[in-house]
Each structure stands twice: as structure tokens, then as C-alpha cells.
Ligand binder design. Structure first.
Ligand SMILES: Nc1nc2c(ncn2[C@@H]2O[C@H](COP(=O)(O)OP(=O)(O)OP(=O)(O)O)[C@@H](O)[C@H]2O)c(=O)[nH]1
Length: 281
């Protein structure tokens, strides 16, 4: 059982910066979209859970009156959610979550029957929170930023393949890692992409809570968006620690997923060429 002091510490009353972890207010293609549109964010309840605060504005879509300082509502009449203390619309950053995440990890330690006060664990909650932020840093990255304009006009219409790109991600079902390698091919159509940007695209989408199938597709779609090629192929070979360290404990199993778009889907020869290039040692 969690000890009382840890529970006490986790009783966060929504007085701090909050976000659901997606700060740009745009659906990120991962099934997550921000409730923080225009900085209107959530609050944390007594269980340390982020919950949407109902907008108390007169013209808010739900019209429910909650604990609000109505003097602060100006300009928020149409908001669905907001939090009174955040009405300055200062955008939250994911780093703002560190104190909350640290408290959650501290409680987790207590739940394990550990003493979070013992010397070796004193800084563990903060370290773990920082690690989790790193593992999910892709939420903070946009395709545009990652590409940094490295799209070049080039009259090249032969296949480009970058293979064996290392990938580390987090299984969204068990919150344990899965890792592996990604191979990406595309058939340019007047535009080519800086080679490192393919690996950067892998980083954007792998550094999130994921399933391998979605990750594979998101990478393919992002390459399509970047250079509008005649086709894109992505293959991922992954090892899922949720199948290795726990559960069925199949330590040698590998999961292979692929997404084929455009000519890679329509033309078996193009697909075959890609697979051959991927399999060449
Ligand atoms: N399709 C897919 N499944 C995944 C991925 N990562 C983990 N899983 C699976 O998610 C499933 C969750 O199943 P549950 O039965 O709800 O959870 P569980 O009791 O932990 O399942 P076991 O792993 O079989 O012990 C498991 O079959 C996992 O192998 C992934 O990237 N893609």
C-alpha cells in the first residue's frame, strides 16, 4: 500500500502548470490531441490524474459552473476547458510536468513497498521523470522542425533506401520499451530528402507511446508529406520487451511490420527491389 505521506504529496490540486503532453494543440496522428488548445489546459485531480476542467464561461460549450474566478474569464467565453490559474494563456511545456511526474514516481516507489527516502532512491523519482520525458520527446517535435528545410529539387527517379535505422520506442500497453531497426525506401518524384531526415522522422514517431503498426505507418506518411514521392516503403523489425521480460517471455521473437504506399503497393517489382535492397548485407 502507498504510504500516507506519498498519497498526501500526490494530492495535487491543480495549482500548477498542466498539459496533456501535446503542446501544439494539433492532433498528432497518434490518437492524442491536445486539450491545451490556445493554452487551455487540464488540471490534476487528487489521484494525480490530469482531468479536463470544465469551462465556467457563460458561453462555454458545456455551460457548467465550477470553481471559477469569473473576473478572469474575459476572452474565454467560447472555451470548452480552462483552468483559472492559467488564463494568461502561457503555453505549458512538457518540462513543466516534471514535478507531477516525479511525485507519481515517488508514489510508485512507495507502492512497491520501497522507502523513497532512502539514500539510493532520493533522486530516483526525478531521474525517472526525466527519463520518461526523454522516451516520449517525440511529442514535442514537428515534422517541419525535423526536416529543417532539407528537401532538395533533384531529377532523380531511382529508389532511395536508408536501412537499419535504430529505433527505441515505448509500448503503449505496458509502458516498457520496444526497439529494433527501421528501413525506409522511397521513389523520388523531383524531390529528395536529406538522408539524416529519414532517421529524424523515425525519432519523432518512435519517441512516443506506440504500437509498432502505427509507428510504421506514421513514418511512411511523414516521408510522403515531406517529398511527395511516387511511393514509400517502411519495414520495422522490433523486439518487444513486454513479450520478452514478462507475459509470454519469448526472448527470440521479433515483430515485422510494413507499410507500402504508392508504387510500392501497386507494383510488385518495385516492392521486390526494396525488399532485396533491405536484405542485402
Ligand atoms: N499489435 C500490437 N500489439 C502490441 C504491441 N505492443 C504490445 N502489444 C500487445 O498488446 C497486448 C495487450 O494484451 P492484454 O491481454 O490486454 O495484456 P496482457 O495481459 O499484458 O497480455 P500478455 O502480453 O499476453 O501477457 C499483448 O498481446 C501485447 O503483446 C504492438 O506494438 N502492436
Amino acid at each position: 500500500m502507498p504510504n500516507a505521506s506519498a498519497m498526501q504529496e500526490l494530492h495535487l490540486n491543480g495549482s500548477g502548470p498542466t498539459t496533456n503532453g501535446v503542446s501544439n494543440g494539433v492532433s498528432n496522428g497518434n490518437g492524442y490531441s491536445s486539450n491545451g488548445v490556445n493554452g487551455h489546459t487540464n488540471h490534476m485531480n487528487g489521484n494525480g490524474t490530469l482531468v479536463p476542467m470544465k469551462c465556467t464561461c457563460k458561453n462555454g460549450t458545456n455551460g457548467t459552473v465550477a470553481n471559477s474566478d469569473s473576473n478572469n474569464n474575459k476572452g474565454h467565453e467560447k472555451c470548452t476547458f480552462h483552468h483559472d490559474l492559467e488564463l494568461d494563456h502561457k503555453p505549458s511545456t512538457r518540462e513543466d510536468l516534471l514535478p507531477y511526474m516525479s511525485k507519481s514516481y515517488r508514489m510508485l516507489l512507495s507502492s512497491l513497498g520501497e522507502d523513497p527516502e532512502r539514500q539510493g532512491l532520493l533522486k530516483t523519482p526525478e531521474r525517472a521523470a526525466k527519463a520518461m520525458l526523454f522516451f516520449t520527446k517525440g511529442y514535442d517535435q514537428s515534422l517541419e522542425e525535423a526536416l529543417n528545410g532539407a528537401v532538395f529539387d533533384e531529377d532523380h527517379d531511382e529508389m532511395v533506401v536508408v536501412k537499419d535505422i535504430e529505433m527505441f520506442s515505448m509500448c503503449e500497453h505496458h509502458l516498457v520499451p520496444f526497439y529494433g531497426k527501421v528501413s525506409i525506401g522511397y521513389l523520388p518524384c523531383k524531390k529528395i530528402l536529406g538522408l539524416s531526415k529519414l532517421a529524424r522522422i523515425v525519432e519523432i514517431f518512435s519517441r512516443r507511446l506506440q504500437v509498432q503498426e502505427r509507428l510504421t505507418k506514421q513514418i511512411a506518411v511523414a516521408v510522403t508529406q515531406a517529398v511527395q514521392p511516387a511511393g514509400v516503403a517502411v519495414i520495422i523489425e522490433g523486439v518487444h520487451m513486454c513479450m520478452v521480460m514478462r507475459g509470454v517471455q519469448k526472448i527470440n521473437s521479433k515483430t515485422v511490420t510494413s507499410t507500402m504506399l504508392g508504387v510500392f503497393r501497386d507494383d510488385p517489382k518495385t516492392r521486390e527491389e526494396f525488399l532485396t535492397l533491405c536484405n542485402n548485407k
